[in-house]
Write a protein that binds this ligand. Structure first.
Ligand code: GDP
Length: 461
């Protein structure tokens, strides 16, 4: 851990600026060996932290590039160690040569995520904040960036710290009473214990309740556009994808295969499949497509079911609606641009759609009207809308599992309390809950877990 590491921290592509980062006890010594400032006699090591100097980086062959060097002194840096960031022109040849110069001057190449790992090891951040770094870099929308930034700034960690302090206080009271029965220590009042369990359970339930929506926000949701032939599925796909992706014709049954595309609808990425129209058919090739479409409808996590608003529902449409019942599904009444399309559905059809779908949206896939209503409906039914209000969102399956374990231990403690079991039994469950929090924040995480987390990072982060 005491070595000094170096890496190119910017993307491996030509850019205006590129940064080579150094961290470790010798970071500023190494940087001084390859950096010359026009101000004679002033080494980077002697500069105060958070100071920048203009100069040149060089190696044995001479000047490499102009450079602005940024200086950080331990512990006031990203990693908690001495650090230098050398900002040069963002040419790959230049940056590789600057990195090589740093390695020749005494640094060693940084492994994936090693800067952030050092921040973790040096106690600058916990694991939830480390994991949020990758989410923040990967964020590709307003809400994803907002939740990742909140986690990066410690939103999850603060909640867990409060929870842990609460439980540790209760455990200390139990231990004192159990260990020194003769010392006149008052027994913890059951309602005090109950209140602590309620508080912890509320924190964990709130954190866990946003996990699925958070995952949808990061990874997108597997979505199928379903509907009878000719209702406008391909046209909708093209509207969402913003290009002519599917073949659109007015002959029923032309979309034979599943076309896939990822599109953004508001804050949500839909991993979309435009499927063959669902209807009974004698055509063999089309029948295969229809069968695949039915299977995709079953496995998809979000259904966009399209209906042609210019005519009453037929049996195929009703079959589509019934297949969507109980699933996360939105009914789209298409062709809203055609005058009079709003009153073509019978009262019976409307009731069927209301029974089978949590949201019904009128739109014109051809002209694009109703798109904002569709965005809102997608955000509502996927739960993503609620993330705007959530102050902390669990970011990984690892975090979810630790939170579930913690919650299970608290519920176990509650049952023990209600069953009138002795305080040491309750204390053992609470110890389990505290251990799960320690694993979540990384305080007691195993080396293998930590290795796995940082292996997902890229070099330079
Ligand atoms: P699919 O078989 O469900 O994929 O339907 P298509 O997207 O191929 O569309 C069938 C026909 O309906 C085409 O002639 C489209 O131009 C037309 N269509 C699709 N959406 C709309 C719409 O919103 N308004 C109108 N007026 N026509 C549409």
């Amino acid at each position: 851990m005491n070595s000094t590491i170096a890496a190119i921290s910017t993307a491996p592509a030509a850019a205006g600026i590129g940064v080579v980062r150094l961290s470790g006890p010798e970071a500023l010594v190494v940087a001084d060996r390859i950096f010359r400032s026009p101000r004679k006699g002033q080494s980077l090591k002697e500069l105060p932290g958070y100071t920048a100097r203009f100069g040149h980086v060089y190696d044995r062959e001479g000047d490499i590039d102009e450079c602005v060097a940024l200086v950080f002194h331990a512990p006031h840096s990203y990693t908690g160690e001495n650090m230098a960031e050398l900002s040069c022109h963002g040419g790959l040849y230049l940056l590789k040569r600057v990195l090589r110069a740093a390695l020749e001057a005494g640094a060693r190449p940084a492994g994936p995520g090693e800067f952030t790992r050092r921040a973790f090891v040096n106690g600058k951040i916990d694991l939830t904040r480390a994991e949020a770094v990758m989410d923040l870099i990967a964020a590709d929308g307003r809400l994803a960036a907002k939740t990742a930034l909140a986690a990066r700034e410690g939103a999850i960690f603060q909640k867990l710290r409060r929870l842990k302090e609460d439980l540790a206080g209760v455990c200390a009271g139990i231990a004192a009473y159990v260990d020194y029965p003769d010392d006149d220590i008052p027994e913890l009042a059951p309602d005090e214990l109950q209140a602590a369990l309620d508080r912890s359970e509320a924190i964990l339930t709130a954190l866990l309740s946003t996990f699925d929506a958070g995952r949808i926000l990061r990874e997108g949701i597997d979505t199928v556009i379903a509907g009878s032939p000719n209702v406008g599925k391909s046209t909708l796909m093209n509207l969402l994808a913003g290009c002519e992706r599917s073949i659109v014709t007015s002959a029923a049954g032309t979309t034979r295969d599943i076309v896939e595309e990822t599109v953004r609808v508001g804050d949500v990425k839909l991993r979309l499949s435009d499927t063959a129209g669902i209807r009974d058919t004698d055509n063999e090739a089309e029948a295969i497509g229809v069968d695949r479409a039915r299977k995709r409808m079953e496995s998809a996590l979000l259904l966009l079911c399209v209906f042609d608003g210019t005519r009453p529902l037929d049996e195929n449409d009703r079959a589509v609606a019934r297949a969507a019942a109980g699933k996360t599904a939105i009914a789209l009444i298409n062709k809203a641009d055609v005058t009079g399309s709003e009153d073509r559905l019978t009262e019976e059809d409307r009731v069927l759609l209301q029974d089978c779908f949590s949201r019904i949206v009128a739109l014109s896939a051809l002209e694009g009207s109703g798109r904002r209503e569709l965005e809102q409906a997608v955000q509502d039914v996927t739960g993503v809308e609620r993330l705007a209000e959530a102050d902390a969102v669990l970011a990984t399956e690892r975090q979810r599992q630790c939170a579930e374990t913690c919650l299970a231990c608290i519920q176990e403690a509650r049952q023990a309390l209600e069953a009138g079991l002795t305080l040491d039994v309750i204390g053992a469950s609470l110890d389990g809950a505290i251990a799960a929090v320690g694993q979540l924040t990384g305080e007691t995480a195993t080396e293998a877990v930590v290795n796995e987390i940082f292996a997902r990072f890229c070099v330079g982060k």
